[in-house]
Ligand binder design. Sequence first.
Ligand SMILES: [Zn+2]
Length: 360
Amino acid sequence: MSTSRSLISTSLVFLAFGSTSASTVRAQYTPIPYSWDAAFTNDEVAIIRAAMDKVHSLFRDPRVARITRGRYKYASVSNGNWRASGLKYQRGMAVGDYLFHQLAALRSVRFPHVRIKAYHSTGNDWGRANTDRVQLRFSRGRATVSGGFEIELNRYWLGSRGQGSDTNQWAGVIAHEMLHNLGHLHPVRGKVDDEFYRQHQINVFDAAVSANGGGIDGTACHVCGSAEGIDSGSSPAPGLRVAQEFQPVRVFANRNHGHTLRLPAGTYEVLPSGTWSYSRNTRWVGADGDPYKSNTGGTSYPSARFGELLLISDGVWSKYERGRTLYVRRSLTLLMNDRPREYGDNVGYLDVVLRRLERR
Ligand SMILES: [Zn+2]
């Protein structure tokens, strides 16, 4: 019963957005194997099954991947998962690319089992999941997969009135939690009206699945109870050496667009020195920013400290971490974190040395 209902809604979506027919998409991929806790009621299971019917095709739908690629602003992955994939130190690989390699591989490998567990919380979180339960490994042009998905859905919301009964919304939640299992992160305590939270890759993907791969304007992503950090990026790379060291770049604190560099593609190490101040009368701080001033919001990068050095690599934002490397395809912008309209009273500068690294 749920299968036929889902087929109808899927074909309506394909009519509306004009792509391949539902049947060819269905035929393209083997069904995602999944199971659910005995704790769920029959009504809840019906929602899960209808949602999984959508996840089955949308998780592997190139349109969903394309929308995500075009819309995300922040990307954050678990360092362990990314490192183990074998892609991290590959030439031309950026944090933001990882998801798309994973999604492409999951279209062809045996899809791991998805175990769906129940929990109960009156908070505003709809789901939660641990990171790094599923590992893809890429070697000599081949992808292999290990582990299994394990996600939790909040029964407090499952089947509740309004969006809680909307299987599209639950498809988005399930996809979101599956991406956590694949190593993807977002800020802790995200809120659906928080642009910083919404614009993380995992939440853009969530929203694109919820919208059936159509336009995602106005579609809320979901609050998730998983606890993560931001932008694990990378730590010093074993087996790399300095290929090129650039003259120091002077990054002035009072430039609200920072300093943008065109660079040869490669993996870079960022070495800042000096102090600057995010307000003429406050303490001077280094690239790590001010640990004593709480950031109550409104800064260029919401989870970074005041005065922290921000790195914008080909449009993807992250914050400076000592020993971190990042991949730059074409351009890198260096910028102090401050409220966008309050750069005028900043003083000082950092001198930043960039080193391009390459394999030994
Ligand atoms: Zn989450």
